[in-house]
Design a protein around this ligand. Structure first.
Ligand code: NAD
Ligand code: G6P
Ligand code: MN
Length: 442
């Protein structure tokens, strides 16, 4: 069997150990000859990488492991780039969340003004990774799950339309696991789903089992009563109180349109008043993540380094992330697996902007993806999506053109922002906070 060489971009990410261990766990179907970590923060990456190096030596000495901040070294001789960078790190995520809240507006990593601000930082970072990949390994594919995926996907489509990059999100994976659990199936892979929307902004409209039986009635019954709460999925990622609330709140999101099953992220657009009321402007999700996930990962890694061994360390593979291996396998082995990807619409949602980057099921193989047509969508979803896609496109245009007005328009148009004046106040604070990360706006 062919063995693959991978670079993990964002080697210092809190998700890197879980993904690296998951890759080892899945090596029976996706064999690896080389894993490299790449990051532009040498110190941060070093802690994660040294611990992983010890783990690899002990558990997979046959895999060549290395880490670097040098793009040439990182991107030479690779088959896949697995990209999960966070430009500005948690320090900037905290500002994305807290600045809007100062004005009584939803403060969220990928939704509303926070997502727009994060997008303005991410575009340059991702384009840089694509260019390194194409310079040093022109046949490689980039599997990107860096956020905000909707804006990143729109930007790469605009700026690098021919590049081999696939954008994917894990939220539907987790929700599908929960839905499978609701109907007594072992895995989401025992279901056939139809889904349409934008990233973090979509709906399931058909769900069948492998015999073709309609699972929607039973799933709807559960969601109408409990949202996604009370259903189990494998991930240990979405478990804290704020996530539990999000899964429960899906009940109210569902009530607005009981013909479809909503993505959890619609909570921010349908119930921004509720979200703001339940937010603490002094302590947001970024603080929660820094105090829990980040602290914990770095503590475990430092202990492994001090002891010189990973034996007995609470270092776990992130099984939930195996969808990334599904995607890599689809390309490497032409498996033609059906997966939700973020791709140019191009007629798949018949009555929607053909240039929009939509999240829909695709068949993935060694030559890329084929879209599965979702047909016409209802006026409610279409109206919401048109507004949101305009926000995303205006953000990317603002980045490309350095346009203050387009970014102000993007923020004004965001469903969670009440007025152009509030949009302007948030924008002006964001410009100040993002100095050195955003292009200069005129
Ligand atoms: P993190 O801050 O712990 O890690 C991100 C790393 O990226 C940092 O080490 C940072 O130094 C590095 N980085 C930043 N800019 C870079 C650049 N230009 N080049 C190279 N490296 C750079 O963040 P995290 O919480 O672990 O999340 C990582 C990313 O994964 C985020 O974008 C997050 O939103 C995303 N994510 C996406 C999904 C999904 O479903 N799509 C799921 C989970 C996380
Ligand atoms: C889900 C989303 C990701 C997002 C993550 C945030 O998995 O699909 O796009 O990055 O949640 O999780 P966090 O624990 O960092 O708040
Ligand atoms: Mn996501």
């Amino acid at each position: 069997m062919k063995k693959y060489s991978i670079v993990v971009a964002g080697g210092g990410s809190t998700f890197t150990p879980g993904i690296a261990l998951m890759l080892l766990e899945q090596s029976h179907r996706f064999p690896i000859r080389k894993i490299k970590f790449y990051d532009n923060d040498e110190k941060r990456q070093e802690v994660i990488a040294k611990a992983c190096e010890i783990y690899f030596k002990e558990n997979a000495p046959e895999v060549e492991f290395s880490y670097t901040t040098d793009p040439k070294e990182a991107f030479t001789d690779i088959d896949f780039v697995m990209a999960h960078i966070r430009v500005g790190k948690y320090e900037m995520r905290e500002k994305d969340e807290k600045i809007p809240l100062k004005y009584g507006v939803v403060g969220q990593e990928t939704c509303g003004p926070g997502g727009i601000a994060y997008g303005m930082r991410s575009i340059g970072g991702i384009i840089e990774l694509i260019d390194y990949m194409e310079e040093y390994s022109p046949n490689a594919w980039m599997l990107n799950y860096s956020n905000p995926a909707a804006i990143v996907a729109e930007a790469t489509q605009r700026l690098r339309p021919d590049s081999k990059i696939l954008n994917i999100c894990d939220m539907p994976v987790d929700i599908e696991e929960k839905m499978a659990n609701m109907v007594g199936l072992k895995s989401r892979k025992e279901m056939d789903v139809q889904y349409y929307g934008l990233n973090h902004f979509g709906w399931w409209h058909k769900i069948y089992d492998k015999e073709g039986n309609d699972l929607m009635p039973e799933i709807k019954k559960h969601v109408a009563e409990n949202g996604f709460a009370g259903a189990i999925s494998e991930t240990n990622q979405h478990v804290e109180a704020s996530w539990v609330d999000t899964f429960r709140k899906a009940k109210d999101v569902f009530a607005v349109d009981p013909t479809t099953i909503p993505n959890t992220y619609l909570k921010y657009y349908f119930f921004p008043d509720y979200v703001v009321e339940h937010s603490n402007p002094e302590y947001t999700r970024a603080n929660e993540v820094m105090e829990h996930r980040e602290k914990n990962i770095f503590k475990v890694c430092n202990e492994i380094i001090e002891k010189g061994t990973a034996e007995g360390a609470p270092f776990e593979a992130d099984a939930h992330a195996s969808y990334i291996v599904d995607l890599a396998c689809a390309i490497a082995k032409n498996t033609k697996e059906k997966m939700l990807l973020i791709v140019p619409n191009d007629g798949a949602i018949v009555n929607f902007d053909s240039t929009a980057m939509v999240e829909i099921p695709c068949i993935v193989g060694s030559n890329g993806y084929e879209r599965i047509v979702q047909g016409e969508i209802p006026r409610f979803q279409k109206g919401l999506m048109e507004q949101q896609v305009a926000v995303e496109k205006l953000t990317v245009e603002a980045w490309i053109e350095g346009s203050y007005y387009k970014l102000w328009q993007a923020m004004t148009l965001s469903k969670v922002v009440p007025s152009a004046s509030v949009a302007k106040s948030i924008l002006d604070d964001m410009i100040e906070a993002n100095k050195g990360y955003w292009p200069e706006l005129k």
